[in-house]
Design a protein around this ligand. Sequence first.
Ligand code: ADP
Length: 344
Amino acid sequence: MNKQNKLLHFANIPTVRLTLVHLAIIMTLSITFSVVLYKTSTRPMSPPPRQGWESNLPTQNNRPERYLDDNARLVVEEYLQQRKHELLIRLIWINLGVLFVGIIISYVLARWSLRPIEEAMDSQIQFVSDASHELRTPLTVLQTTNEVASRKKKLPISEARELIAHNVDEVKKLKNLTEMLLGLLKDDKKPVEFTDVNLQDIVSDAMSSVVEIAQAKNISIEDTVPKLKIKTDYSSLVQIISILLDNAVKYSDKGQQITISADKTDNKIYLHVADGGIGIRASDLPHIFNRFYRADKSRSKASGVQGYGLGLAIAQKLAKQIDTRITVKSETDKGSTFTAEILR
Ligand code: ADP
């Protein structure tokens, strides 16, 4: 952050506004209190009577008639004026002190209350910018290939077919991406319904969603999950396991094997999706659940893997909603094991 940016950060308009609002409240209270204190302390008082007045304390029917002489009265009045003046000066100083401390407190309070809002806004901006970036790539490819084709004087039918097939592929990618983006936003508000379900059913539903891509790569999936009753949201857990299986297939080489297994403790079930694929570097592991994060792009690209870095972010979000935790152990070139810790 350069100097100007730092200044803008500290003096951004919402912070200044909120600081002023807090300060106005503090100063209104302080000044009101000071005025009341001044008024009550300097209310005109009846002058004290002469010596021996104790025996002549004013009562309803017996008012003292003898008071101080004029000189004494002047001295007393002067003394009172002086005390009034001193009180005024003291209150002004106190209010200046309150103003000074108030500015600091108001600023700290303003920053404290605005920080979560700013963080949420920054994350939204980041999300929109990442999403736009991901959308731009297939759109640019579409635009370029179509422009090149349209400039050709003659376009043989075979080439046109190829172009259309390529366009359809790119549109599919775009559709896939927009569906994932919507999924990521929608899942925030998606109601979850905990019911008693059989884990085996969930696993076979999830497996059916990846069977095609697994067959295309000649990858076999070994399912050793026993019959286990759990209380969870059926569709969320199916989606989580589908994402883990989909990744396992994507990041495995042709002909490899994936295993899905489960074990249980008193209050938890651990569901493991293990592959012998390309694995994840230790430096990438803390980031793979972040939106749009793709570990080691060069290796993924080399194995021709498509993706947007959204799958695990969606899985993580769904997992949180159903009290499930996803952990991962991985070694490069040896494979990865993703584990879903499900509360029973
Ligand atoms: P993507 O669409 O890129 O697969 P994900 O959010 O599902 O997005 O995964 C994020 C990154 O984590 C992937 O880009 C990949 O680098 C890594 N990853 C996830 N699962 C595996 C796995 N089973 N094997 C190796 N790498 C994986």
